[in-house]
Design a protein. Structure first.
Length: 234
């Protein structure tokens, strides 16, 4: 089997994240549909389900660095879509001076199961650089799979500025259960039913037309990360 190597975007992206009401989500969605393209990976209702298993340690290093606003921090997760094991990625999301960097590589279900039972030694000499990086951080910080987070995503794309606007809803956590391939994994709601997480991501600039579309939306607060939300309940 030929594995794809780690993919990495060397250019950071800007990212804004807010909590908005369901009504404002509906208003903004109608505006965006006239200017932006719906994510091609979406299903018939324009959405898809994301499930991620996040890594942390017994001191909650990752969660605390987010809460305290560290300018430089890393977060690892294993991600699947629509509860299927057809596509599995290990991802690292990094913050460097308010810019976001993301790298990822394919992972097998068997490899995740090894991670789930704290079998890490196979990672040491792996050809995928991201696997080796995670191994080093596991040894240094005692990271391990900690919690599973589900949410529905609706995403819109705009070519100029490489803009991506997403609406995330129905955020749920498994608490400490990390059996992410269990389609009946017990989950707990962590987001108010009337709240949607709005994320705006772009490269060098945010086009003025997108800025105009975003005007008038009443953001309730800067949104928590979905991982941080999940850990508030566990």
């Amino acid at each position: 089997m030929v594995r794809k190597k780690t993919s990495y975007n060397p250019n950071g992206r800007s990212e804004m994240k807010f909590g908005i009401t369901y009504i404002d989500y509906q208003i903004l969605k109608m505006k965006l549909r006239h200017m932006m393209k719906l994510d091609p990976h979406a299903n018939a209702n324009g959405r898809y389900l994301i499930r991620s298993c996040y890594f942390d340690n017994f001191d909650n290093k990752v969660m605390n660095e987010k809460k305290e606003g560290f300018l430089n921090r890393d977060k690892y997760r294993v991600r699947i879509y629509n509860k299927s094991d057809a596509v599995i990625h290990l991802e690292r999301k990094s913050k460097r001076n308010n810019q976001t960097y993301k790298s990822k590589c394919p992972l097998t279900k068997k490899e995740f199961e090894q991670l789930r039972v704290n079998d890490f030694e196979w990672m040491k000499g792996d050809e995928r650089s991201l696997i080796r990086d995670l191994y080093k951080d596991i040894r240094l910080y005692h990271l391990k799979p900690t919690t599973v987070v589900d949410y529905e995503r609706e995403a819109y794309l705009y070519e100029h500025g490489n803009v991506r606007i997403t609406f995330d809803s129905k955020v749920q956590t498994s608490l400490r259960n990390i059996d992410m391939f269990d389609k009946n994994l017990p989950m707990v709601d962590v987001l108010d039913q009337n709240e949607v997480i709005l994320e705006v991501k772009y490269d060098e600039y945010l086009p003025s037309i997108i800025k105009m579309l975003l005007q008038g939306i009443h953001t309730r607060h800067e949104a928590y990360s979905k991982y941080q939300l999940s850990r508030m309940f566990g």
